[in-house]
Ligand binder design. Structure first.
Ligand code: GLU
Ligand code: ZN
Length: 300
């Protein structure tokens, strides 16, 4: 699908912990339109690295819904649950570089840490200089410094975080042995040659950690656009956890709703089909019309 001369590679990366809902449709639509408007490729990656929370049933349901809604992705769907070897390799490299370390802290010990500005517990650095031999290594963390990690988001503008102060050395492999989202997403975006990340603003606070990881692993940093996310009257993000309804069978009204949620110009007449909607959407996609974010990034 890539037009000659363009190198844009975007992706949609749902976690299969439930079916698609309006919130995830927005992320799918924004990333798809942004890729196609640029003549780029659009990939689908199933983020089932958190295997206990993921299911094959949800994966199949997500792909079936994407198809029913007229999304056409490029290449094979990639599943994080099959990519452990890549994550292992990255972890080994970080350990060899002396940047990843084993952490023996229990949940209870960590709860004593102070809260950072984003509402996340800041890791106080307890294990960064080595652990007592009788204590059991639980998670793996990546060492950070206090230098400012900054990037310019295509919609949100300049964003900067000082990881040591705001986050602390963060987890790249969890105590239960599963690789952390932050590590998997960075390894996969690089392995898939992603040039443009378009995703919800709830992930804005994760981006500096991902940039930090990219630098440690010698990977290039893609361009980022964090779009507004659907929030409930309670202020919570619309998600499976907050009881978002599955998407209706009839795609067109919901696609139009998602399109207008993203501040995009209404088609002059109601599209006659899903295909007609997409050809309008790919032509008319205007990222500068995206509304500003009305929510604070939530911790993850
Ligand atoms: N899997 C993540 C989610 O569903 C998205 C990750 C990303 O786009 O970087 O929230
Ligand atoms: Zn520790």
């Amino acid at each position: 699908m890539t037009r000659r001369g363009t190198t844009y590679r975007g992706r949609f990366a749902p976690s299969p912990t439930g079916t698609l809902h309006f919130g995830s449709l927005i992320a799918a639509l924004a990333s798809y339109c942004d890729a196609r408007a640029a003549g780029g490729a659009w990939l689908v990656r199933i983020e089932d690295v958190d295997e206990p929370r993921s299911s094959d049933q949800a994966t199949s349901a997500i792909l079936a819904t994407l198809e029913a809604y007229g999304f056409e992705w490029d290449g094979e769907v990639v599943r994080q649950s099959r990519r452990g070897a890549l994550y292992d390799e990255a972890l080994e490299r970080l350990v060899a570089q002396g940047e990843a370390f084993a952490c023996t802290c229990t949940r209870r010990e960590l709860e004593a840490g102070r809260l950072g500005p984003g509402g996340e517990r800041v890791y106080p650095g307890t294990c960064r200089d080595g652990i007592a031999s009788e204590r059991e290594a639980r998670a793996w963390r990546l060492r950070v410094t206090d230098e400012a990690i900054a990037f310019r988001d295509r919609l949100q503008g300049w964003h900067e975080q000082r990881l040591e102060r705001e986050i602390g050395d963060f987890i790249i492999r969890r105590a239960d042995g599963l690789f952390a989202y932050q590590l998997a997403v960075v390894v996969d975006d690089a392995a898939q040659g992603i040039t443009h990340v378009v995703r919800g603003a709830d992930l804005l606070a994760s981006t500096p950690r991902q940039i930090w990881l990219q630098r440690r692993l010698g990977l290039t940093t893609p361009s980022y656009l964090h779009h507004p996310v659907a929030i409930l009257a309670s202020g919570e993000k619309l998600s499976k956890q907050t009881g978002a309804a599955p998407l209706p069978i009839d795609p067109l009204p919901t696609l139009l709703q998602a399109w207008s949620f993203l501040g995009q110009r209404e088609p002059p007449a109601r599209p006659a089909s899903v295909g007609e909607f997409w050809s309008w959407a790919h032509r008319m996609w205007t990222p500068s019309d995206l509304p500003p974010v009305t929510m604070l990034p939530s911790p993850r």
